[in-house]
Design a protein around this ligand. Structure first.
Ligand code: NAD
Length: 330
């Protein structure tokens, strides 16, 4: 099995090369370019391509892969909203992904963001480096006995519930399905009650039509004053213009974002003044109680190892004609 690996970063190559020794029948060629209709033709002579969340696995890309006789797209991520599954079926291309590779990685990052905002760690770090040891502007609140509101209690949300319980918080949740494994310590409530009761709100549901902009000026107005909002899920769960309005209304003690609406526009790769001037992300960064990280929630050693071994196992299962739960279909 020969795989062409798109959008390679040095950490991808390291984790896949380390894992490859357990998969002697698989060979990988790495390239820096991402997969899209312009680069798909480079996969000629390969059995499979390996792609990421940023890759364009749309109809035109799949058509070219089909012409080049590629039969498998290995997504090295959990989400597959960037793949046209109808087109994949039409071109007889199998699409596989890596669900739930390390929910704790993302949940731990969500709590790190919540606490960094609460205790103003980014500000404290800079102050002390400048020899300013005063505590002005650094006061936070105890999480102990406060209420954590978790929206979406799948794999990552459940891990976040467990972490919040560890902090001695009351944990309430909103989801369209209840997670049985949490019933001993999580109380399911309506979205309205979660918004009005929570001191810390963390988003862990997928981006779908029903969740698009679920955090908007109406839902923000229902939150407690001084709430901390964390989003490690998908940027478009939050209406950024409305979030800025909420920050201006002094609704939030802190806002921690690992994802933001403009992520796919490469706002910060192209740092032209014009782009930054019109960027809502840049506007968000101008507020002292907002902390943004660059979609790094998944980025731990354990998660990268799990991604590499599951992706290579997916390749092997396909090669051996074995059915796999990691195959995604329309
Ligand atoms: P999951 O499928 O295990 O859980 C999602 C949960 O959301 C489910 O329980 C589902 O019932 C619930 N849900 C669906 N619609 C809802 C709604 N309208 N309101 C409330 N809840 C709803 O997914 P997961 O593995 O826990 O991942 C959650 C999200 O985290 C992913 O969709 C992805 O966007 C994001 N993610 C981020 C990173 C990162 O690096 N920051 C990494 C992986 C995943």
């Amino acid at each position: 099995m020969k795989i062409l690996f798109y959008d390679t970063k040095s950490y991808d190559q390291q984790s896949f090369d380390t894992t490859l020794k357990d998969f002697p029948s698989v060979k990988i060629e790495y390239m820096k370019s991402d997969l899209d209709p312009r680069t798909a033709a480079l996969a000629e002579g390969f059995d499979a391509v390996c792609a990421f969340v940023s890759s364009d696995v749309g109809s035109r890309t799949l058509e070219i892969l089909h012409e080049k006789k590629v039969r498998l797209v290995l997504l090295r991520c959990a989400g597959y909203n960037n793949a046209d599954l109808e087109a994949a079926k039409r071109y007889d291309i199998c699409v596989m992904c890596v669900p739930g590779y390390s929910p704790e990685a993302v949940a731990e990052h969500a709590m790190a963001l919540a606490q960094a905002c609460n205790r103003r760690l980014y500000k404290a770090y800079n102050k002390v480096r400048e020899n300013d040891f005063s505590l002005n502007g650094l006061m936070g609140f105890n999480f102990y006995k406060k209420t954590a509101g978790i929206i979406g209690t799948g794999k990552i949300g459940a891990a976040m519930c467990r972490i919040c319980r560890g902090f001695g918080m009351r944990v309430i949740a909103y989801d369209v399905y209840q997670n049985e494994s949490l019933k001993d310590f999580v109380e399911y409530v309506s979205l309205e009650q979660l918004l009005s009761d929570s001191d810390v709100i963390s988003l862990h549901c997928p981006l779908m039509d029903s969740t698009y902009h679920m955090i908007n000026i109406d839902t923000i107005r229902q939150m407690k004053d001084g709430v901390i909002l964390v989003n490690t899920s998908r940027g478009a769960l939050v209406n950024t213009e409305d979030l800025i309005e909420g920050i201006r209304m002094h609704k939030f003690a802190g806002v921690g974002l690992d994802v933001y609406e403009e992520e796919t526009n490469n706002v910060f790769e192209d740092r032209s003044d014009e782009i930054l001037e019109h960027s809502t992300t840049a506007r968000l960064l101008s507020f002292p109680n907002v902390m943004i990280t660059s979609h790094q929630g998944f980025f731990t050693r354990e998660a990268l190892t799990a991604i590499a071994s599951t992706t290579l196992q997916n390749a092997l299962d396909f090669q051996q004609g074995k059915a796999s739960n990691n195959t995604v279909t329309a």
